[in-house]
Design a protein around this ligand. Structure first.
Ligand code: NHW
Ligand code: EN5
Length: 388
């Protein structure tokens, strides 16, 4: 069934439920001298390229490849449209390796036809912090699909990760592969219901009119929580403490230090938004919420070409109820003109989704680890990791 994945050190379907197998690495690291020194072979018309994401020209080529060929929903109505600013942020975190930003070009035209990336991360799995690569943006041009290019790209990124003495990875996909550590559900909260219905993202409910629908999703003009404000650079130490403490309860979560928090959570215009609650009395930082900006192209609509979507990122409540905090996140997202606010059922998100009028989407997101076996799959609420 999975000619490629059956050869890889990942949990296999035949082993699901076999609790005799130990938890942890599937295969041991090999000496670096035994890691293949040359790139894997591509079909002869293609060549490897390392993509310099500092170069505006390369960043443009990657942006265009993804804009035209990356992930679509199951009815091909929407396609992710990651912005250049977003890609530059997502691919250049602290300690990133340029060699992990891998492209494939047609030799004749030099056109970029495929892409895959890794970034370094420390991920805690239960009590163990493991150095990993987070793999993302795997994309093969639509005209080159089903030619077994993806396995070669995955092997090549694996080789380059191994060369940095890293032996594990985390990744997500909308498709089922051997074998998910958990499967999450996408939920959607309409902010601009009229547009969402017009473009086919959502449907008018049974016995609902447009005006009743618009009223149903109305939000106040400004956040309700006293002390709710945008995160600033001076907040990095307090947010890091708050987040580290919060994430410690999940079975799988990133091990963020202050540098990571500055990169991943300090607001970056049109990329990531973060808010916190500073106690008006003690000036303590007690709560935090964040979302990232990921528009989708609307395929073949006369009136609209872009769906502006916010995706829930990391949220922590210690004093403000999570429900109220996330309601404030919806309010600021609406003020910033987002059409929809999306969230997965990870961490404590289930506690607010229904009450804040999110509805389940038609998509799921499966989470995977490479070369790390868990005895049992996790519940989504045991997962403290959000990938972009
Ligand atoms: S998930 C988004 C992936 N991208 C898209 O869906 C974009 C649109 N689709 C495409 O571009 C986020 C192509 O359809 C792709 C496959 C390129 C997806 N993950 O070349 P062939 C990520 O980026 C397997 C993993 O003929 P294709 C995460 C498939 O099961 N494997 O197919 C990426 C089959 O293997 P099998 C996937 O349609 C994580 C083989 O590819 C996959 O022309 C990568 C077929 O290849 C997917 N999303 O191209 C793994 N989709 O065994 C990282 C298909 O079943 C692992 N396949 O025969 C860790 C590496 C680092 C380790 C470090 C120690
Ligand atoms: C890893 N970084 O399917 C990413 N999206 O539900 C790779 N559906 O937007 C993996 N089909 O349900 C990505 N509207 C996997 C996801 C791929 C994209 C995807 C789904 C997630 C999605 C929308 C539109 C469906 C269009 C037809 C959807 C319903 C919204 C409705 C709002 C009102 C309350 C009920 C729900």
């Amino acid at each position: 069934r999975h000619k490629f994945w059956e050869t890889q050190p990942v949990g296999q379907f035949k082993d699901v439920g076999d609790t005799s197998l130990p938890e942890g690495s599937i295969e041991p690291p090999t000496p670096l001298s035994e890691v293949k020194q040359e790139p894997y072979n591509l079909p002869s018309q293609y060549e490897w390229t390392t993509c310099d994401m500092d170069s505006e020209e390369t960043c443009n080529e990657v942006y265009n490849l993804l804009k035209n060929n990356y992930v679509e929903d199951d009815e091909n109505m929407f396609r992710f449209n990651y912005s250049k600013e977003f890609l530059s942020w997502a691919l250049r975190p602290p300690g990133y390796y340029k060699s992990w930003h891998i492209g494939v070009r047609a030799k004749a035209s030099k056109k970029l036809v495929a892409f895959i990336t890794g970034i370094p991360a420390r991920i805690r799995v239960r009590d163990e912090v493991v150095k990993m690569a987070e793999i993302n943006f795997l994309c093969v041009h639509k005209k080159l699909r089903s030619k077994r290019l993806a396995p070669v790209m995955i092997k090549e990124v694996t080789r380059r990760v191994h060369l940095e003495n890293i032996w594990h990875a985390a990744y997500t996909a909308g498709v089922v592969l051997p074998t998910p550590i958990t499967t999450c559900q996408y939920w959607h909260r309409s902010l601009n219901p009229k547009k969402l219905i017009d473009v086919g993202f959502s449907r008018l409910g049974a016995r609902m009119t447009m005006s009743r629908t618009i009223k149903l999703y109305k939000l106040p003009d400004s956040p309700a929580t006293l002390g709710f404000r945008k995160m600033e650079l001076r907040d990095v130490p307090a947010v890091t403490r708050l987040l580290r403490n919060y994430l410690s309860q999940f079975a799988v979560a990133p091990d963020f230090d202050e540098n990571d928090v500055e990169h991943w959570l300090l607001p970056t215009e049109d990329v990531v938004d973060s808010y916190l609650v500073e106690s008006p009395e003690t000036h303590e930082i007690t709560d935090f919420c964040s979302f990232y900006t990921l528009p989708s192209s609307i395929l073949g609509n006369q009136n609209y070409s872009i769906l502006k979507a916010a995706y829930s990122y990391y949220n922590v409540s210690t004093k403000t109820p999570l429900l109220q905090l996330m309601n404030d996140a919806l309010i600021v997202a609406k003020q910033k003109d987002f059409d929809v606010f999306n969230a997965l059922d990870v961490m404590h998100n289930e506690s607010f989704l229904k009450e804040l009028k999110f509805g389940p989407g038609d998509g799921q997101l499966h989470y995977y680890l490479y070369n790390y076996r868990l005895r049992n799959a996790l519940r989504p609420s045991e997962l403290g990791l959000v990938l972009l």
